[in-house]
Design a protein around this ligand. Structure first.
Ligand SMILES: NC(=O)c1ccc[n+]([C@@H]2O[C@H](COP(=O)([O-])OP(=O)(O)OC[C@H]3O[C@@H](n4cnc5c(N)ncnc54)[C@H](OP(=O)(O)O)[C@@H]3O)[C@@H](O)[C@H]2O)c1
Length: 375
């Protein structure tokens, strides 16, 4: 099959012919229709940790062509994520004609959703769900391990702050908070920062922001505090987690507030100076795969708890009426154009490093949307 494979020596990736992966017990083989790009895919091609020949890419959607379990039939439209070359561990990636996944870690794509839209969901929506429900313990719209967070003791109102509301992670965080609060009878006040051009989209369903502040405004943290009123903001997520953002976002929360961050301290993207590390919660989305992960100077051991959370989340997603994909930009050219176009737009790790200078219409900066390629 054709697959985008890593060349660790030259710090790039190119399309090569490789062996089609074989599904093991409990796994499915998927004919990939669309893949979505995440910053981490570009990061670990431009700064490789995997070996040459590894298939890159995480987010996919497609059709099951071989199933080793009665739970999923061939012909089923599914989406999911795999780790690919985003780790030291040797696992196949998604940017290929075929991918394998454990059957319980793919979700059924509803009829009204396109496979291009479905490809854009798995990684960022799971990241948001883990941060909100698993780490921060906020009321969720589904149960895992037979329990929800203690919603009976949770206050009737929740004020939440999203820094980077137009990021993919931030948009799913807002939508999932709406689902979680609705399911548990909690009144949600949502405050976010984004560019002004996204305010109308983010105020509308399914995101439903009450207050939006331009992140380029130097006193945005002060505006967050005044929008929150006397009780302040108890919980937040920093969907950028670079440079000084963690310190500033924490400063916008009330004393003792809890903040989920999307990048690790060990990865060095943000400065710990003046940051109360006990208020922070970090996790890597890969924990949901339930396998050992070695990357970014970290070894994250496999845990059944994080895996069962991911299984429960994707089971919920399979039947979640009204759950919407974030906006998608369908990129031209398929697998061959992922590195020269898509990865150029995502850069090698930081928001400041993203390509700004190309004239083609599809090469405008990524803003409130997900880049998707058809395989
Ligand atoms: N921990 C994990 O497992 C995990 C999982 C997924 C993602 N991540 C990380 O989470 C981060 C976000 O990923 P993503 O895919 O959601 O990003 P993304 O959608 O590509 O982010 C693009 C958006 O970020 C906004 N933005 C850029 N700089 C900003 C700033 N300083 N303040 C506020 N907004 C800013 C841009 O807004 P404008 O265009 O309006 O400027 C744009 O809409 C990345 O660093 C990614 O690596 C971590």
């Amino acid at each position: 099959m054709r697959a985008l494979t890593l060349n660790a020596e030259s710090k790039t990736a190119s399309v090569q012919e490789v062996a089609k992966p074989q599904p093991g017990p409990g796994e499915v083989l998927i004919k990939v229709h669309s893949v979505a790009l995440n910053p981490v895919d570009a990061l670990y091609v431009f700064n490789p940790i995997g070996a040459t020949g590894r298939v890159v890419g995480a987010d996919f959607s497609g059709t099951v062509v071989e199933s080793t379990t009665p739970a999923i039939k061939t012909g089923q439209r599914v989406a999911g994520l795999v780790q690919g070359a985003n780790s030291l561990n040797d696992r196949p990636g998604a940017f290929a004609e075929y991918a394998v996944s454990p059957a319980d870690l793919v979700w059924a794509v509803p009829d009204e959703m396109t496979l291009d839209q479905a490809a854009a969901i798995s990684l960022c929506a799971l990241t948001a769900a883990q941060a909100l429900f698993f780490r921060l313990g906020l009321p969720s719209p589904f149960e895992w391990e037979g329990k929800k967070p203690k919603t009976d003791t949770f206050p009737a109102e929740l004020t939440f702050f999203v820094y980077g509301a137009s990021t993919s992670v931030g948009m799913y965080a807002a939508q999932l908070l709406q689902f979680g609060c609705e399911a548990n009878g909690i009144s949600l006040r949502l405050i976010g920062t984004a560019s002004k051009k996204h305010f109308d989209m983010l105020k509308a369903a399914p995101y439903g922001y009450d207050t939006l502040i331009d992140y380029r405004n130097p006193d945005w943290a002060e505006q967050v505090r005044s929008a929150a009123g006397a009780d302040g903001v108890g919980y937040g997520i920093d969907c950028i987690s670079e440079g000084e953002t963690v310190k500033k976002v924490l400063g916008a929360l009330r004393q003792g507030g809890k903040l989920a961050v999307v990048r690790s301290l060990e990865g060095g993207a943000w400065s710990p100076e003046g940051v109360d590390l006990d208020s922070l919660m970090y996790g890597a989305v890969w924990e949901g795969l339930g396998v050992d992960i070695a990357y970014e100077n970290l070894t994250v051991p496999a845990t059944e708890k994080t895996r069962s959370f991911a299984v429960a989340f994707y089971r919920w997603l399979s039947g979640a009426a009204g759950f919407e994909a974030n906006p998608v930009r369908l990129m031209p050219g398929g697998l061959d154009r992922i590195v020269p176009d898509g990865f150029a737009l995502l850069g090698s790790g930081s928001m400041d490093d993203r390509a700004k200078g190309r004239a083609e219409e599809w090469m405008r900066p990524v803003s409130g949307e997900k880049l998707v390629y058809r395989v």
